[in-house]
Write a protein that binds this ligand. Structure first.
Ligand SMILES: CC(C)(COP(=O)(O)OP(=O)(O)OC[C@H]1O[C@@H](n2cnc3c(N)ncnc32)[C@H](O)[C@@H]1OP(=O)(O)O)[C@@H](O)C(=O)NCCC(=O)NCCS
Length: 176
């Protein structure tokens, strides 16, 4: 899909990430230190198959990834977390964030998790996809593994990040 960027029209693509995207992903995460948990190059490369990227005008303009949390939920239906969502400042407000989250949800859906969760400072954005706020206490394992290394707040409960979840409707059986 194309969009107007400044005085020119540029094309955008949403696709799975490859190793060549790793350094761009690293830079985009680093560019959003207030909203995103830092990730090492090693972590990004090892999980590059769990990243979707937006490319606009031939350049990396947005990223999203997900993680499987078997500790939350039943073994057959663990929880999946959407994380590391960012759109380059210059490309915001043009639908890339929405396209990335939709693509991540569609990629996660066939896994049939119990729920998709997100910890976010922008709950209004995620509410647009049907995410609902939940008590942080329901995600204790995630809080204590994910928030353990964060020094910004005394405890996950004083951190203003909002916990949200999306329950996926079972897919309608296709008729043949
Ligand atoms: C949040 C973020 C990914 C949104 O990306 P974006 O490409 O600007 O979003 P879109 O253009 O796709 O916006 C889709 C809709 O959400 C709305 N929206 C965008 N950012 C929003 C926000 N922070 N809060 C509420 N609504 C928001 C838009 O107005 C748009 O509404 P519309 O459908 O009525 O037009 C981007 O602002 C960003 O990278 N922020 C910094 C990192 C961050 O906060 N990541 C999320 C951490 S979990």
């Amino acid at each position: 899909m194309d969009y107007l960027w400044g005085m020119k029209t540029i094309s955008r693509t949403i696709r799975h990430a490859g190793f060549a995207d790793a350094s761009g992903i690293y830079k985009l995460i680093k560019a959003n230190p207030n909203e995103l948990v830092p990730r090492s190059m090693n972590d990004i490369i090892q999980n590059v198959d769990r990243f979707i990227v937006a490319v606009a005008g031939g350049r990396l303009a947005g990223i999203v990834s997900w993680a499987i949390l078997p500790e939350i939920g039943r073994t057959e239906q663990p929880t999946v977390e959407i994380k590391s969502l960012a759109v380059d400042q210059a490309h915001r407000g043009r639908g890339l964030g929405r396209a990335l989250v939709n693509a991540a949800i569609e990629r996660i859906r066939p896994l049939q998790p119990e729920q998709i969760i997100v910890l976010t400072f922008t709950p209004e954005f995620f509410a647009r996809f049907g995410f609902k706020t939940v008590a942080k206490e329901t995600l204790m394992h995630k809080l204590y593994t994910g928030c353990l290394n964060c020094s910004k707040y005394d405890s996950p409960f004083t951190c203003p990040e909002v916990a949200m979840r999306l329950r996926l409707a079972p897919r309608a059986k296709s008729r043949r």
